[in-house]
Design a binder for this molecule. Sequence first.
Ligand SMILES: C[S@@+](CC[C@H](N)C(=O)[O-])C[C@H]1O[C@@H](n2cnc3c(N)ncnc32)[C@H](O)[C@@H]1O
Length: 325
Amino acid sequence: MARTLSLADIFQLGYYWECKVLLTAVKLDVFGALAGGAHTAADVSRRLQTDRQATNILLNALVSIGLLRKSGEQFLNSPETEAYLVKGSPQYAGHVLLLQEAEWDNWGRLESVVRTGRSPVKGHMFQTDPQLAENVLIVLHRVALQHAATLAKQIGLSRAQTLLDLGGGAGTYAMAFCRAYPALMVTVFDLRETLRTTERFIKEAGLEGRIRLLPGDFNRDDLGGPYDAVLMSDILHYQDPEANAALVRKAHRALAPSGRLVIKDRFLDDGRTTPAWTAVFAVHILVNTEKGRCYTMAEAVQWLKEAGFTSVDELERATLVQGIK
Ligand SMILES: C[S@@+](CC[C@H](N)C(=O)[O-])C[C@H]1O[C@@H](n2cnc3c(N)ncnc32)[C@H](O)[C@@H]1O
């Protein structure tokens, strides 16, 4: 159903001051500087090596927003910022905000992208910015943990012996599939830089013996195989349609007879305005990748059919599609 917006809602949508105050505080690590105690603006600016007056203004704004408390001239974290925004806290959740902050400048170029159709970036962050990419992988890992086990059961790989997780990122799905299917061996194929993070996560989970890491560029390098199943989760929206069609054909070649390719992505419905989150995510992809786009499920179905998959099924609206070889 279409969302209805009052004038107040429209103004609220256009208001970003508090947003930028928060993101800047996270970037500067204001919450870390206040970890465990109360400090004056002068203390904080000394720790952060920032301007004292400007820091004072920022801290006061953070108090007014509810992110800090103030007692006399002393500032301190709220219980929430102490728990979630102090690096090193077991509940630290600043990665996603650091990511928003890092992408701020690209979003600032949206007008020019819309006018010219030209992206402000080269490639995408996994190719160009390993440090930022690691942040994204951590965020994606946390998100994927909420549904990876369910996905593994839903796909039903009890007869499969091998799975290739293409662009497997932190290895969240690879680990979930290993846990769901004790006989399954998984290969995570990803860029060499990304696999450093994958390796860490897999070691922490004690699954090194079940998961092989294969470094490479999936558009250029051999994928190995044959595999009983291939998973592509959230990789197609970083590429143009031609690269995706070619990658789906390549996955088809890497599969054993009767093997299956499962594609999980943020697909748009045919009208391209729903799901609502994805229609806006499409703008995020527009400004933050050189060639990426959000695709419709129908486009993915077409790549699968053209690659030669005989049976193609949508397993879940706007999210999951499977082709059987
Ligand atoms: C958005 S992440 C998805 C990670 C994981 N599949 C998930 O769903 O959580 C995209 C992944 O694709 C990998 N990737 C992007 N381009 C690649 C390429 N050309 N070759 C291999 N991996 C690539 C990135 O390194 C990253 O791990």
